[in-house]
Each structure stands twice: as structure tokens, then as C-alpha cells.
Design a protein around this ligand. Structure first.
Ligand code: FPP
Length: 293
């Protein structure tokens, strides 16, 4: 029985590979989407497609720093007829998956936008409270994850962290202190973050140094500003991905994305797949090839 299944599996793989040459596979497969055979066919073909894409990507130059605006948790919940908070929870699970994919590609920097300063002012206290619980759970899970320690991932949070409740700040300092000696990968979570606020904070420091007489006017340049940003230990992002179809930057890393490639995809964050990530990187690589960047 096992041998028959295996040989059937090989035949399906072969057929899927053949169909993929014409990029036709998703159309007939999705048309019969109610059958479990069709779903196993789709997941098999998705896996083959993902592996093929990954091999192709690895032949080119990979981005070293990917930043993600994780958007669309609530719309995902609404579309799937589930509670809003469950949509956010799926978003948290997705983040852990995406971290794994990025680690597998050996991309050393990942930065995600998890909460903006605007979110804090606009969302209801109930929603914020469940988001805060989610950050605590997510950060603790990350700090406990053996992979994080085996792969040497340093975790840090940035933003106006003083705006966050005590329990979130504790989870941040736990994750930070347990990973502070690692140097292979850097995972940055932006919380209570705003790009304009970050620039304001840097400018305040520049002004204070100037007032003290430590920084002459003619020495103030882009380097001086960059070195006072929260991200001074990070290279600028090569690629920024935003999910859920919105084509805006929404106050994310405004200073740092001056030369970044931007990739917008329609999928809601909890539905973001490995193929979506690979396609974003593929589009980054093809734009770099085209413009010789
Ligand atoms: C945006 O979707 C998403 C958020 C404001 C929260 C994102 C948080 C997570 C994915 C969990 C992160 C966990 C850790 C550990 C950092 P939205 O609510 O704006 O959805 P909408 O665009 O459909 O309204």
C-alpha cells in the first residue's frame, strides 16, 4: 500500500511539474477546490513551486534585510468568519512561520511592524489589550524557541516603548536579554513605532549635542542623523513587503527606506505563504537586475 501511495505521489509530482511549466496548475486545481484530492494536489504543487522558486532565488543575490508591514489581520478574520482577536492570533503564528523561512534562506535581518503609534491612538482599549497579550505571548514563545538559540538570533524591539504597558516591556526585556549575545541574525519588532517620531527623536539628540557644543553645525549630515536612529545597528532594508493590498508605507522606517525596493501583495497577513515570500524576493532580484542596483 505504502509503495502504491509513493508511486502515485511521484506521478502527481511529475504531472504537477509538467503543468507548472505552463503556469496553469492553479486554475484547474482551484476550480475543483472542494475535493480533498484537489487540496492535496494544490499543496503538493505549491510545495514543488516553492522549492523551485527557492532554488532559483538562491542562485541570485538575496536581500540582506527584509522589513514587513504585516497588514490585514482583521480583514482576514472578517473574511473567514472568525473573531477579530483570532485573526490577530493567526497573524502571530504567521510571523513565527515567516521567521523560519527567512532563517532558512539565511537572510540575516528581519524587521516587522507590529504596532504603530497611530494604532495606539486609534484602536479600542479592548483590541489593544488583546494585542498586548499577543505580543507578550509571541515574545515569550520566541525567547523559548530552541531554534532561536541554535541559529543565534538576537531579538530586539524598537519604538517609543515607554508607551507600552509594563507586561509588554517585561516580555521585551526577557527576549532581548536571553538573546543579546547572538550575532548571526537580528530580528527587530517595531512596537509603538512611528517613522516620523523616530526622526524627531534623532533630531532632538542632534540638537542637544549641538547645544552642548559637541556637534558643530557643519558636521550635521545624514550620517549623524542615521547614527541616532533606533536602527543604527541595522543596515537599511533592501526589501519592504506590505500585505493586504494597501500600497502605503504608513510611517514605517521613513528614513531608512530611501533606496529600498517596495513589494505590495494582496494577501492578508495570516494567509501570507512561502511562495508569496519567495515571489517578493524574486521581484526584488529582477528589479535589481534590471536597474543594476
Ligand atoms: C495589522 O492588521 C496588524 C496589527 C496591528 C498587529 C500585528 C501583530 C501581529 C501579527 C502579532 C505580532 C507578534 C509579535 C510577537 C510581535 P490590522 O489589524 O490593521 O488588520 P486590517 O488591516 O485588516 O484592519
Amino acid at each position: 500500500m505504502g509503495r502504491i501511495r509513493k508511486s502515485l505521489g511521484r506521478r502527481i509530482d511529475y504531472l504537477a511539474k509538467w503543468l507548472l511549466r505552463f503556469r496553469l496548475v492553479s486554475i484547474p486545481a482551484r476550480a475543483v477546490a472542494n475535493s480533498s484530492y484537489a487540496w492535496s494536489f494544490i499543496s503538493r504543487t505549491d510545495r514543488i513551486r516553492a522549492n523551485r522558486l527557492r532554488d532559483r532565488l538562491k542562485e541570485g543575490e538575496l536581500p540582506q534585510h527584509i522589513s514587513i508591514i504585516m497588514d490585514g489581520n482583521r480583514r482576514f478574520a472578517w473574511n473567514s468568519n472568525i473573531e477579530r482577536d483570532l485573526g490577530h492570533r493567526r497573524g502571530k503564528e504567521k510571523l513565527k512561520e515567516v521567521m523560519d523561512w527567512i532563517l532558512d534562506l539565511e537572510i540575516p535581518y528581519l524587521t516587522v511592524y507590529a504596532l504603530s503609534t497611530e494604532n495606539i491612538n486609534e484602536r479600542s482599549p479592548g483590541e489593544l489589550d488583546s494585542l498586548y497579550d499577543l505580543y507578550v505571548a509571541g515574545l515569550n514563545e520566541i525567547a523559548d524557541d530552541p531554534q532561536i538559540h541554535e541559529r543565534g538570533v538576537r531579538v530586539q524591539a524598537m519604538g517609543r516603548l515607554e508607551m507600552l504597558p509594563e507586561r509588554v516591556r517585561e516580555a521585551i526585556s526577557n527576549a532581548q536579554s536571553r538573546t543579546e549575545s547572538y550575532t548571526d541574525f537580528l530580528f527587530t519588532v517595531c512596537l509603538a513605532y512611528g517613522g516620523r517620531e523616530e526622526i524627531v527623536d534623532a533630531v532632538r539628540e542632534v540638537a542637544a549635542d549641538h547645544a552642548k557644543g559637541d556637534l558643530p553645525l557643519e558636521s550635521i549630515d545624514t550620517m549623524q542623523i542615521s547614527s541616532r536612529m533606533y536602527t543604527s545597528d541595522l543596515p537599511d532594508p533592501d526589501l519592504v513587503i506590505r500585505t493586504s493590498g494597501e500600497e502605503r508605507i504608513s510611517n514605517f522606517l521613513l528614513w531608512q527606506i530611501a533606496y529600498s525596493e517596495l513589494h505590495f501583495t494582496d494577501v492578508f497577513w495570516p494567509s501570507f505563504s512561502k511562495v508569496d515570500l519567495y515571489e517578493a524576493i524574486e521581484s526584488y532580484q529582477s528589479r535589481r537586475r534590471r536597474y543594476g542596483g
